[in-house]
Ligand binder design. Structure first.
Ligand SMILES: [Zn+2]
Ligand SMILES: [Zn+2]
Length: 368
């Protein structure tokens, strides 16, 4: 089948928009027609060459939503016409991680996913005689893409695909992390008010936080963050190293929960230090530069501060994402105000330029 797609031939080259051919789904696989897909910072790591799991040339994109067009042999849980959200983190239900009840991680197909191929070791995309690799196992920057059934979450059909595509990454990551760790009445600090931080804020509000302090270098983020539930704003550049003390003052001794959404090591340390000494919990969401390390005073942990991470909001994609779609459809979380730009596939390079300049909160590519 022919498909329009954005192709990344190698690091630091503009995406090429061209027609590619997509093979039919093999055993356990599903062919999807993507309706819309968001542009996320993790796609940028494929474009600039900083992502170690990329095999070029590839088709990026991992925050999409679409419909099932064709199912391969052995697919039992999905039918043609179903609405789905591709999952970069699958849920096989059968591996040690899935059965543990302790994590939403499932590495059952990680080895092939990180090589840019389907679980049988081959890609489904071609351009002429050249093979094109998958990215994050999803490749949503193609009108048609193939995924294993275990990497697709079924979505209710009344949910607009051009909004719920953001549940494929940013919204779920932020809202899910907050719902996991924030208890009613908690004071919360959120470092970095981009696509993830804003969603942590709306998740913290939903969880009943009493105070939500946002910290960012950019004062222009204040208005939107306030609309999503932020109660206090600290401008990182202006506070000049006194951010931690300012948060301790606002929370009478330290935040109950702090979320780090920048990926900067120095900010991770601030997020740890600003937590309440005996029980505060620092949650890492931002992705650090490859190989970076974080140092902490052990006494902080010994006295009871916790540090942890969260992947895809702690949500098991196939069994858990439906409840997030319900939260959106019930008006408990907002998605539309997060979308600053809607673009056609031909404008995708402009979308990434806007992301790099900090102009776009979230751009969504609409195929229809
Ligand atoms: Zn993402
Ligand atoms: Zn599994």
């Amino acid at each position: 089948m022919e498909s329009r797609a954005a192709i990344c031939m190698g690091p630091n080259q503009p995406l090429i928009i061209d027609s590619v051919s997509v093979d039919p789904p093999k055993d356990g696989e599903v062919l999807i027609e993507i309706a819309a897909t968001g542009l996320c910072h993790t796609d940028l790591t494929a474009l600039d060459g900083s992502n170690a799991t990329c095999v070029y040339p590839l088709i990026p994109g991992h925050e999409g939503a679409g419909r099932v067009v064709e199912i391969g042999r052995g697919v039992a849980g999905l039918a043609v016409g179903d609405h789905v959200i591709p999952l970069y983190g699958p849920e096989c239900g059968d591996c040690r991680m899935c059965r543990s009840g302790r994590t939403n991680l499932c590495w059952s197909i990680k080895a092939t996913r990180d090589k840019g191929v389907m679980p049988d070791g081959t890609p489904r995309f071609h351009r002429g005689s050249e093979k094109l690799h998958h990215f994050m196992g999803t490749s949503t920057f193609s009108r048609y893409t193939v995924l294993p059934e275990i990497a697709l979450a079924k979505a209710r059909k009344d949910a607009p695909l051009h909004h719920i595509c953001l549940l494929g990454c940013g919204v779920t990551t932020g809202v899910g992390a907050a719902l996991d760790d924030v208890k009613p009445g908690d004071t919360v600090a959120v470092f970095g008010l981009g696509g993830i931080g804003i969603n942590v804020i709306q998740g913290a509000r939903l969880a009943g936080a009493s105070r939500i302090i946002g910290i960012d270098l950019h004062a222009h983020r204040r208005e939107l963050a306030t609309a999503f539930g932020m109660t206090d704003f600290l401008e990182a550049g202006k506070e000049r190293g006194h951010i931690v003390q300012a948060i301790r003052d606002l929370t009478h001794g330290g935040a109950d929960v702090a979320f780090e959404c920048t990926g900067l090591i120095a900010v991770m340390r601030q997020a740890f230090d600003c937590c309440a000494p005996a029980w505060g919990c620092c949650v890492l969401l931002g992705v650090e530069p490859a190989g970076a390390e974080l140092s902490l005073p052990p006494v902080g942990v010994r006295y009871g501060r916790k540090i942890k991470g969260s992947y895809f909001g702690g949500v098991k994609g196939r069994s858990g994402l439906g409840s997030f779609i319900d939260l959106y459809m019930d008006g408990k979380i907002a998605i539309a105000p997060l979308i600053s730009h809607e673009l056609g596939l031909d404008d995708i390079n402009r979308g990434f330029e806007m992301m790099k300049r900090g102009e776009a909160l979230r751009s969504v590519i609409r195929f229809e």
